[in-house]
Design a protein around this ligand. Structure first.
Ligand code: CA
Length: 229
């Protein structure tokens, strides 16, 4: 069974949320559910999802505000909005606030699945893989797995390369431990978030002038890491 993607469903009507979650899971999507806007925004910000299904009418923070805040923060996750029948205005505002598509309640699972596939196809841009990168006295070639420090060979494990590649591809952004686990470790190896910290500490020994006072690979307390350089 191949996982088709990770979906965050933000929907406060429990019956609807459970039905959608079950339906999507039976189609091999991994689904997380949030039942209000504040929680939904938090989950969407701290994790990597392939798609958000976002109800417009939500407690605490509306779907429109969740969408706007994500886009304002530079989060480009594809979003499908759920609007109630007759909320024509919501559709317009929803698309203006940065949603990729909307679907009007009530809808069938098949209809939603078709929209999900269309949106994911449309928005999946084959991102240019990072090939080489240079910072400070470090030079990296990700294709050849070649690393140098001060023109001297620098020993990096394949995993350390992947961590650096992911962090550097997201330079300037906060990357959570969960994101790193998702991207660098496979789903089935069940590593702990501590594992990430251990690897980061080792990497700092290799790339930082002062590993205890890192300049490139900085810790964002309580959230994760950020690459600056
Ligand atoms: Ca609702």
């Amino acid at each position: 069974m191949v996982l088709k993607g990770k979906i965050l469903l933000i929907e406060d009507e429990q019956v609807m949320a459970i039905a959608l979650r079950d339906g999507l899971e039976s189609e091999n999507y991994a689904v997380e559910v949030a039942s209000d806007g504040v929680n939904g925004l938090k989950l969407a910000t701290g994790n990597t999802f392939d798609l958000l299904i976002l109800d417009v009418m939500l407690p605490k923070l509306s779907g429109l505000d969740v969408c706007k805040q994500l886009r304002a923060a530079g989060n480009e996750v594809p979003i499908i909005m759920l609007t109630a029948r007759g909320q024509e205005l919501d559709k317009v505002i929803g698309l203006r606030s940065g949603a990729d598509d909307y679907i009007t309640k009530p809808f069938s699972l098949l209809e939603l699945l078709a929209r999900i596939e269309a949106v994911m196809r449309r928005t999946s841009k084959p991102s240019e893989p990072l090939e080489t990168y240079e910072f400070g006295d470090i030079w990296l070639d990700f294709r050849k797995h070649d690393a140098r420090r001060n023109n001297q060979p620098l020993e990096l494990s394949p995993r350390e390369f992947r961590i650096l590649q992911f962090l550097i591809s997201h330079r300037g952004e906060v990357v959570t431990r969960d994101q790193l686990l998702d991207q660098v470790w496979s789903y089935d190896s069940f590593p702990m978030t501590r594992t990430v910290d251990t690897h980061i500490a080792k990497l700092r020994q290799k790339i930082e002038d002062a590993p205890n006072n890192p300049r490139y690979l900085v810790t964002i307390h309580g959230v994760g890491y950020k690459f600056i350089g």
